[in-house]
Design a binder for this molecule. Structure first.
Ligand code: GLC
Ligand code: CA
Length: 558
């Protein structure tokens, strides 16, 4: 059991645009974040991860960066940033920055140079190819619909963009690009930040020759076969030698397409690359023919299988990150649970228990600690997200999905569900802004808001606070070895954690019905560590209430 602060930590993700607006322009900003640091301290989280705050034309809300060493004007100034960082450190918390280096904005100075002429010294910073028979160089599709190639008039060639056409991919095979990225990272480390969350870092090494990919039935383009490319590990090891190993950092790689085997390399405990990765298998389980645009629900047995393969697969070899939501996913209580008024709170607490008792570093996405749920968007004009808007246009335009069905899928799955303003209180705009918010406020804010939950000891907020505090007291939550029980159950997720003589039993009822469960013998004499119904005693057979979570501790001292 090797200790490390990033294993013991709980991370809180802030989506700055939607967290707190300090100047009434309807857009969250850095001074807004600074004004809420005491709230985050009270919750007890250790690390704040900020989605990008760098200068950006905001084609993809900051994931398209035009200057890595400047703050987005709408978010404030570098002085505001420095003040926020000091405020975070004064409270004993740490700051992790989003590092978006698979691509830049097309407005970044490197790309402006690069596109200007074939002989420009920056040409090779990006991926340029000639067309093939008057068409794109290959059949790869962009993650935001359409081709991954954009024709550029100036030099009559195409550039690669795995995301929007305003997000050209950097050419990581060019050593100059890597040096630029490493020196920029060093600059931020010297400023005193505490780590990086690395955006789609598994995509940086493209297959040599950029071969065509497989086009799935009904699709117009191939899913880009770029994940875990031939040099991905080599480049991250170089980054580690030249930057990461020189500072005391936490690093997490967003790794689309990562498998357990690959994750053991990215996040190996030998520390040669990253501390941990975000994997996506559990949030891909409810996908369908058109990817996420469906109303399928996650099947609990499959969910347990996936979580278990990561828990046992990485045991002793690499470290897991644990999440149910982020700025790219719908609200977890709506998606994995039940957001009907009678169940929302109890269910949010159950999901939190289930996740935080697993082995790995837990991530809380802003508003999740309040049990915030999906937003009742109505028309396409309510959406702001480029992925959602492009998908709506393309899939309805090609007649693949009827508009009313697509709107239903968007309401369930759009990334904008997670991007509505944080709900601070029941005043106008949920206390987020005195101006007009850049995206609609979820009308349920009069019921669901931080002020109300802070005042109610039984709230989802205080349940999260207690869960986070428990992690500080019980080493077994951080270091215990995981084992799945009842793999076949369609309604219960039951697992144990073991550390020496100590054991935890975690039982989560994922249904709105009552469920009987016979407690394994060794736990019958145990004590209740936590739970969402205030149960205090352990019986041989428990009748679990709807969405009940119960954690029993045995051996050692409770
Ligand atoms: C990551 C980000 C997402 C962004 C994409 C392109 O998946 O989390 O928000 O759109 O990368 O940068
Ligand atoms: Ca603002």
């Amino acid at each position: 059991m090797e200790q490390a602060w990033w294993k013991e930590a709980v991370v809180y993700q802030i989506y700055p645009r939607s967290f707190m607006d300090s100047n009434g322009d309807g857009i969250g900003d850095l001074n807004g974040i600074t004004s809420k640091l005491d709230y985050l301290k009270e919750l007890g989280v250790d690390v704040l991860w900020l989605s990008p705050v760098y200068q950006s034309p905001n084609d993809d809300n900051g994931y398209d960066i035009s200057d890595y060493r400047a703050i987005m004007e709408e978010f404030g100034t570098m002085e505001d940033f420095d003040r926020m960082l000091r405020g975070i450190h004064e409270r004993g918390m740490k700051l992790v920055m989003d590092l978006v280096v698979n691509h830049t904005s097309d407005e970044h100075a490197w790309f402006v140079e690069s596109r200007s002429a074939r002989e420009n010294p920056y040409r090779d910073y990006y991926i340029w190819r000639e067309g093939k028979d008057g068409k794109e160089p290959n059949n790869w599709g962009s993650c935001f619909s359409g081709s991954a190639w954009q024709h550029d008039e100036a030099t009559d060639m195409y550039y690669l963009h795995l995301f929007s056409k305003k997000q050209p991919d950097l050419n990581w095979d060019n050593p100059k690009v890597r040096e630029e990225v490493f020196s920029m990272m060093t600059w931020w480390c010297e400023k005193g930040i505490d780590g990086f969350r690395m955006d789609v870092i598994s995509l940086i090494s493209k297959e040599p020759g950029l071969p065509d990919g497989e086009v799935l039935p009904g699709e117009s383009y191939a899913v880009c076969p770029c994940a875990n490319g031939p040099h991905a590990h080599e480049y991250l090891q170089e980054m580690n030698r030249k930057v990461l190993s020189r500072y005391d950092l936490m690093t997490v790689g967003e790794c689309a397409g990562v498998t357990v085997e690959e994750a053991k390399k990215y996040a190996s405990l030998d520390g040669k690359e990253l501390n941990m990765v975000f994997q996506f298998e559990h949030v891909d389980l409810d996908g369908g023919k058109y990817g996420k645009w469906t109303d399928r629900r996650v099947n609990l047995r499959e969910f347990k299988q996936v979580m278990t393969s990561w828990q046992t697969g990485l045991e002793g070899k690499a470290w897991n990150s644990l999440f149910l939501g982020n700025h790219d996913q719908p609200r977890s209580v709506s998606r994995f649970g039940n957001d009907a008024p009678e169940y929302r709170e109890i269910c949010a607490k159950m999901l939190a228990t289930c996740l935080h008792m697993l082995k790995g570093t837990p991530y809380v996405y802003q508003g999740e600690e309040l049990g915030m749920k999906n937003c009742p968007f109505s028309g396409i004009e309510d959406y702001r997200d480029i992925e959602s808007i492009n998908a709506f246009r393309t899939l309805t335009g090609e007649g693949k999905i009827a508009p009313e069905d697509m709107l239903r899928y968007l309401a369930l799955r759009s990334r904008d569900n997670a991007r509505t303003p944080m709900q601070w209180d029941d005043s106008v705009n949920a206390g987020f802004s005195s101006g007009t918010p850049w995206i609609m406020v979820n009308p349920d804010y009069t019921e669901i808001n931080a002020a109300r939950e802070l005042a109610d000891p039984d709230s989802v907020f205080h349940y999260y606070r207690q869960l986070i505090a428990l992690r500080k007291q019980e080493k077994i939550i951080v270091h215990g070895v995981y084992e799945l029980l009842e793999p076949e159950s369609e309604s219960l997720y039951v697992y144990t954690r073991t550390l020496g003589e100590e054991k935890l039993l975690v039982i989560c009822n994922f249904t709105a019905g009552e469920e009987e469960y016979r407690i394994p013998r060794e736990f019958v004499s145990g004590s209740v560590l936590t739970g969402n119904y205030g149960r205090t005693t352990v019986e041989e057979t428990v009748c679990l209430k709807p969405y009940e979570a119960l954690v029993i501790h045995t051996g050692g001292q409770a």
